[in-house]
Each structure stands twice: as structure tokens, then as C-alpha cells.
Design a protein around this ligand. Sequence first.
Ligand code: PEP
Length: 252
Amino acid sequence: MRSKIVAGNWKMNKTYSESKALVKELKKAIKEVKLDNTRVIIAPPFTNLQKASKKTKDSLIEVAAQNMCKEESGAYTGEISASMIKSVHVDIVILGHSERREYFGETNESLAKKVDTALKNKLEIIFCFGEVLEDRKSGNHFKVVENQIKKALFHLGSGAWKNIILAYEPVWAIGTGETASPEQAQEMHAFIRELVAERYLSDIAEEVSILYGGSVKPANAKEIFSKEDVDGGLIGGAALNADDFMALIEAI
Ligand code: PEP
């Protein structure tokens, strides 16, 4: 049975001490929750990764990096490699977030290389994709999403898919307060699962968790998470506050 997942992407928020405080709050709160086939992941900035990983070792919270260099090592000033992430006992990385695509020039092609490097280093990947508003308005959203997935992931062999989590994040809904309706999310998630089933075996499509991301809040989470093909959420703003994040975990 595929896992339900609530993953918090902290983006470029939280100093070292703020991060420590939020991890502490979440760790305490999560003890009160019964997690049934549900994974809870947080993705703090790189400066907090080692501390968060150490502090959550004995809890049900998992830690992810928000990004990773496609190269293994060398003269890439300012970059962080897969093995560096692994060296602080972090086994998950978010790749392809729309902010990385928009502000840092990441493309489907460069992401395919990042995916390979991450998998080679035994990192599990939360792979993000989603259409911009113009694509949705012009009815191109399915084509765009298909292209993003095919170009970055469909060169992989079947065995790699146990380490892939998909995250559909319509760009027009990220940080805007605008959410895809539960029906729009379900429609796209079913389409994605079908794409994976056509390319691979249907068991792989059935096993892959597909998260929705885009202004998920305690007020709308239950309805979105209740959809058949929505296996949880990748959360930005609402992951920065322990009460809100815990409410999303309760919602799932
Ligand atoms: C995100 O950054 O992945 C995200 C979904 O952000 P928000 O929840 O703030 O829209």
C-alpha cells in the first residue's frame, strides 16, 4: 500500500535557532499522533539540516534537503552534493521545485541529471512539477506535466521508482493563497498515475505516492487529502508553524 505523506518545505526560512525551536515543537507534538501508514517529512535549509537530522533521529519525523547539485563533487562554489547530504544522515531530497526552475534556471534536462545523481547516492526523491497559470488557462496543463515527468523521470528503470515520490504543484497555487480545487487535483493525479502505468507496470503506478502542493492549509487540507489519488501534500507556508503543520498531519 502506498504511503501517505505530509512534507514541509521550509524554503529560505528559519535561522538556526528558529529551526531548532520548530523541530523541538514538532517532535513533541508528533508523539501525541497515531501515524497510520503516514510519513512526516520536513525540509529545513541546509544550515539546519545536520541539526534537524540529529534531533529527529529518535522520532517519526524524517528530514529532507531542498536541493542538491547534479555534479558529484568539485569546483562548484556554493553547491551541496548528494554525498554531503547523505553524510549528515539525510536520505531524501526535493528536486525540481518551481522556485528552483523559475529563479535558478533548472530545466527538465538538468533535473534528469540531478535525479540520476540522487539515486546513485541512494537518496529518495520528492520530484516536483506543475504548470503555470497560462498553461492551465490555455488547457495545456496535462501536456506540460506529461513533458516534465517524461523528460526528467521516464529514462529510469522500474527499480528506481521505489525511491520516487511525485509532487504535483501547480505554480499558480504556490504561495498565492489560491488552491487547485480537490477535483482539479484529483483529475491531474489520476492522469499522472495513468502516465506512470502506461510507461511502467501498473503496480509501480499504484505504489507511487503523489503529493499535492499549493496553498494547502488546515482549512482546505481534509478535502484535498480525501481524494483517491492524492496521497498527501508538499506544504510551504503552513509548514512553518507547528500548530498548522500538525493540523495537516491530523487532516490526513
Ligand atoms: C511549496 O513551496 O511547495 C508550496 C506548496 O508552498 P505553499 O504551501 O506556501 O503554497
